[in-house]
Design a protein around this ligand. Structure first.
Ligand code: ATP
Ligand code: MG
Length: 311
């Protein structure tokens, strides 16, 4: 089933003076996605997100949301999108509820009852009347998410929603995003520099490195890229690796008895046969699945000329 593209950028770019912070970014967010926008510090995530939300004018390129050009339909689009960019700012002397009510009163799109429901949704009902100054960082992040969802948007854009949270807070925010996606049918785009987070939470991923997209596709297609790494347990790893002709396959010795190679599955029997024929004792052949972290560094080291597309 083809899902509708609800946010699309074409060659979106932003320069600050001569510095190209974001260069020809092509993002495609489909309805129902939990889309992870992944990149290291300074990669250009916040700059991109600010352009998606009309908070920063692109140097070139376009943003289309709900199949409408952002520049021409910004008011309508903004009414259907909720967002938290960087650290959400609230009045510490006001309660969580009063902060949200104030924001709602400034927002012509907000719906009656949205505040209480949003607070309930993010699990803050019992602290809603306490001053925000007394909230933990995790609670503030959740209040930020409440502010983004209170007008019942179709698309929610969050810039590093788990930044600065402890493991418990991170789990809470992840669970919240999953729940909102499932129960409310909201589409999420969130940025992160935590690879495992994206693997756990997202169905689709875009990776940005130094202002350029180096991957966009499904999380599973990204993980598949790292498949094809095999670990061998043998009696003599050095001897085993000396049997591979240079250029046939890259061999990494892990210990006296273990080595790893990148291989196509179809080549595994041939390698095993070569080892056995050469009188290396083979005790174990294991499929070593790459982590997203390995993949990220592989992709950024490769620096391909074009974007590698995984679906
Ligand atoms: N207003 C600005 N003027 C000049 N340079 C800027 C400006 N805003 C961002 N930059 C630069 O653009 C690059 C991308 O910054 P950006 O904040 O988008 O990165 P990021 O991926 O969000 O990083 P982080 O993970 O640290 O939040 C950085 O080198 C940053 O210094
Ligand atoms: Mg940022």
């Amino acid at each position: 089933m083809n899902r509708e593209t609800i946010l699309k950028t074409i060659d979106l770019s932003k320069s600050f003076g001569k510095f190209k912070a974001v260069e020809n970014i092509n993002l495609n967010i489909l309805r129902g996605d939990i889309y992870g926008f992944l990149g290291l510090n300074g990669a250009g995530k916040t700059t991109t997100i600010r352009m998606l939300l009309g908070l920063l004018r692109p140097s070139s390129g376009s943003v289309t949301v709900f199949e409408k050009d952002f520049a021409e339909h910004s008011l309508e689009i903004k009414s259907r999108v909720g967002a938290v960019v960087e650290i959400p700012a609230f009045y510490p002397e006001l309660s969580g509820m009063d902060n949200l009510s104030l924001l709602a009163s400034l927002d012509s799109n907000s719906k009656n009852g949205g505040v209480e429901e949003a607070l309930k949704e993010v699990g803050l009902s019992n602290r809603a009347k306490d001053k925000v100054g007394t909230y933990s960082q995790g609670m503030r992040q959740r209040l930020g998410i409440a502010s983004a969802i209170m007008s019942q948007p179709e698309l929610v854009i969050l810039d590093e929603p788990t930044n600065g949270l402890d493991p418990r807070g991170i789990l809470d925010v992840r669970a919240l995003i999953k729940k909102l996606a499932r129960e409310r049918g909201m589409t999420f785009l969130f940025s992160s520099h935590i690879l495992s987070e994206v693997e756990l939470l997202c169905n689709r991923v875009g990776i940005i490195d130094r202002g350029k997209m180096i991957f966009e596709g499904t999380t599973s297609s990204l993980i598949e890229r790292g498949e094809g790494r095999y670990k061998f347990v043998v009696d003599d790893a050095k001897k085993a690796c000396s049997m591979f002709a240079p250029g046939w396959c890259e061999c990494r010795i892990l210990s006296e008895n273990e080595f790893e190679v990148n291989l196509d599955k179809s080549a595994v029997p041939e390698v095993a046969k070569t080892l056995v024929t050469g009188e290396v004792k083979v005790y174990e052949i294991a499929h070593a699945k790459m982590t997203l972290e390995d993949l990220f560094f592989t992709l950024t080291e490769e620096q391909p000329a074009g974007v590698s597309n995984g679906a």
